[in-house]
Design a binder for this molecule. Structure first.
Ligand code: HEM
Length: 418
């Protein structure tokens, strides 16, 4: 129903509705003009169903506001539109958007939960995974014939992050393929507006994953490994650890995030660098530019396009009064192209000084927990590929995903060494 309402609103000129329709194609060219129109209404465009912002300062203000929650709407308030969305999610199995997922939990629960998880997901833990990630990237490239067109999303971009995630979750070799299959099927759960068939498919994959996880956690409790999930099982704060459902939820979120976001960072990065020989040349001359190149890829083609918040109380955001229960839509992709912050925002420039000011990992208390991991994987994944194959060619037949929230390639046929 919310989909139909938004489509109808689009026909009547509502920019929120038009933005929703434009996200359907996955095509950046269709979306960018709408983002500019929305930004012209800064701080907020007051749509029929939500206050929408594509302005950098306002997006940051929404994400950092103590009164703007990612939690589901309190059932006693809010618009009909928001209540319908909550209703649609009611019976969903444990998934990335089902409580107690960090993504939809708020303080004080979120503070305790996140503190415990952050103890394990440290920058040092990520650095320890770098060598293994390089090894995985090299092994994957070894299996690709560089003279023939290959879909790199399938052969490289999705396998690299997911193999790293399997290490983090301590998945035994015998279960790896099964987990990869369940993860791939469950991954669209991070997106909204799924068709009924996909929703059913996702739902059954989530249930299957959750069952497997129950058994896996029991195994880890009895025989802890040196993986991060084993450490999470043992993590405690003031003598209190994570509950079983919290552990299952974080493992599911890490799996989904590993599948659906980093794959897009790699695919978007390959496509951008492959079509910008000047920028590639710069990278061969100055290796120190690699981390900034990853930031610029994240800025110009963010794997997560959009997020939203709900006002948990009457409040003021970016100087604008917002009523309790109102929905605020924050366009991360819009913030990243704000000309007030980024000079010539539509130009892909890996030397951009402030590329890292993008909001692709969100901001505030829900700032991406996996940002350091994603940055490391992005750098290792792109660098290993381009150092070995400096001039790959993107072939005809590239297809963007039709997902609404997550942005990237569904298929990316590339000849690595034409
Ligand atoms: C949260 C983006 C990779 C784990 C988020 C959010 C964004 C995001 C935008 C916050 C959403 C909001 O504010 O509503 C990305 C991007 C990635 C990426 C662009 C890759 C390029 C990862 C990876 C992991 C991960 C690899 C695995 C550890 C999480 C978790 C949260 C989160 C656990 C929830 C944090 C919280 O709510 O406190 N991510 N992510 N992400 N991400 Fe990532």
């Amino acid at each position: 129903l919310p989909r139909t309402m938004l489509r109808r609103a689009a026909k009547q000129g509502d920019l929120h509705g038009r933005m929703f329709v434009a996200t359907q194609s996955g095509d950046r060219a269709a979306l960018e003009p709408v983002l500019d129109q929305l930004r012209a209404h800064a701080p907020f465009y007051r749509g029929r169903f939500a206050s929408v912002t594509a302005d950098h300062a306002t997006v940051r203000a929404v994400l950092s506001s103590p009164d703007a929650g990612a939690r589901r709407l309190p059932t006693d308030g809010g618009s009909t539109f928001a209540r319908l969305q909550v209703w649609a999610m009611q019976d969903a199995p444990l998934g990335p958007l089902t409580p107690p997922s960090l993504l939809v939990t708020e303080p004080p629960d979120h503070t305790r939960y996140r503190k415990l998880v952050s103890r394990v997901f440290t920058a040092r833990a990520v650095e320890r995974l770098r060598t293994r990630t390089e090894q995985i990237a090299t092994e994957l490239l070894d299996q690709i014939d560089p003279r023939r067109p290959v879909d790199l999303v399938e052969a490289y971009c999705s396998l690299l992050p997911v193999t790293v995630i399997a290490e983090i979750l301590g998945v035994p070799a015998r279960d790896r393929e099964k987990v990869l299959r369940m993860g791939a099927a469950a991954a669209p759960s991070l997106d909204l507006g799924l068709s009924w068939t996909t929703f059913r498919h996702v739902e059954s994959a989530l249930r299957e994953f959750d069952e497997w996880l129950g058994q896996h956690l029991e195994d880890l409790r009895r025989h802890p490994g040196d993986d991060l999930l084993s450490q999470l099982v043992g993590a405690q704060e003031d003598g209190v650890g994570l509950s079983d459902v919290e552990l299952r939820s974080i493992a599911g979120l890490v799996l989904a995030a590993g599948f659906e976001t980093t794959v897009n960072l790699l695919g978007n990065g390959i496509a951008l660098l492959a079509s910008n020989p000047e920028q590639r040349r710069l990278l061969t001359e100055r290796e120190d530019l690699w981390p900034n190149a990853v930031e610029e890829v994240l800025r110009i083609d963010p794997p997560v396009l959009i997020t939203g918040r709900m006002a948990m109380a009457d409040t003021v955001v970016a100087g604008v009064p917002i009523r309790r229960g109102s929905v605020m839509v924050a366009l991360l992709a819009g913030a990243n192209r704000d000309p007030q912050v980024f000079a010539e925002p539509d130009t892909f420039d890996i030397t951009r000084q402030n590329a890292r000011d993008h909001l692709s990992f969100s901001a505030g208390r829900h700032f991406c927990l996996g940002a350091a991991l994603a940055r490391m994987e992005g750098e290792v994944g792109l660098r290993t590929l381009f150092e070995r194959h400096p001039d790959p060619r993107v072939e005809n037949g590239a297809v963007r995903r039709s997902t609404r929230i997550l942005r990237g390639y569904e298929r990316l046929p590339v000849t690595l060494s034409p």
